[in-house]
Design a binder for this molecule. Sequence first.
Ligand code: GUN
Length: 311
Amino acid sequence: MPESPAPVSSIAASSAKLIDGKIYAERLRAQVAAEVAMLKAEHGLQPGLAVVLVGEDPASEIYVRSKGEHSLAVGMHSITHRLPADTAQHALLRLVGELNEDPTIHGILVQLPLPKPLDEHAVLAAISPDKDVDGLHVVNAGRLASGMPALTPCTPLGCMILLRETLGDLTGLRAVVVGRSVLVGRPVAQLLLQADCTVTIAHSRTRDLPAICREADILVAAVGRPRMIKADWVKPGAAVIDVGINRVPFDDPVKAAAGRTKVVGDVDFKAVSQVAGWITPAPGGVGLMTVAVLLQNTVTAARRLAGIGAA
Ligand code: GUN
C-alpha cells in the first residue's frame, strides 16, 4: 500500500507563510536566460516571441509591455504588434498566419480579451499549435486533458510551480479550484490531476461553496471576484493560491472619492492569512509567474520547432 500523504491540517500555522512569487519568477527567468544563451551559442537559435494586442485596454497594455520587456531581458527576439480596436477579423487572422510562417518567431500570444466583435475562438484556432505558447489552442488543451506533452497555459503552470516549491509532492492532496475558465480554472485542474491530487472544480453554480472549499488542502481561487474567499472557507494549514487580479476602490474614503483604485485578489488576504498554512499575495504572487512561464514556454516551443531535445 502506498503511504498516505500527511494531512495538510497537521502542519497548520496560525499565521500563513507567504509564497513569494517574485523569488520563484526571478529564478525561472534566470534559468530561461541561461537556456537562451546556450541555444544561441550552441545552436545559433534565438527563441522569438510575438505578442499581439488589439485595442487599448489599459490592463492589457501593461501586461503586453511586461511580456515584451521580459522577453528582451532574457535575450529573446521579441516583437509586439499593436492593432487598432476596430481591426477586422480577417486582418487579425492574416497577421496570425504570417507569424505562423515566420521562422524567427517560435511563440505567438494574442492578448485576451479581444474587443468585440472579434471572435476569440477563431483567432486562437488560427495559431499554430506548435507556436501556441499560451496553451489555449484546442489541440494543446486536448493534449493536456489526455495527459500528453503540451504547451500549457502560463498562469496554471505558474500555480503548479509555486505549489511544488512549497509543498513538494502533491500526491493524494485534496485540491479545490474555484473557477472554470479556459485560461485558468480548467487547465489548473488538469495539472493538479496530473500531479495525483483529488480535484474538485467549483464555480458560480456550486452548492455550499464554503463547505467544498473547507475540504481543500490546496485551494486555487480563480473567479475574478474581489476578496470572495473568506477565512471560514479555508481549512487550517491549507495552501491558498490566489489568481485574482481585481481593481477596487481604495479603503481610504479620501482616496476612493478621488477615484483611486488598487488591485486585490479573490481571497480575503488579511483574514485568510490567519488560517491558511501558505498563501500567495495578490499582487506579488501568481501574476509574476505568468510572464516567466511564458518565456519558458517560448524556449520549449523553439526547441521543439528546431528539433533540439530538452537539456
Ligand atoms: N489575458 C489575461 N491573461 C492572459 C493570458 O494568460 N493569455 C492571454 N492571451 N491573454 C490574457
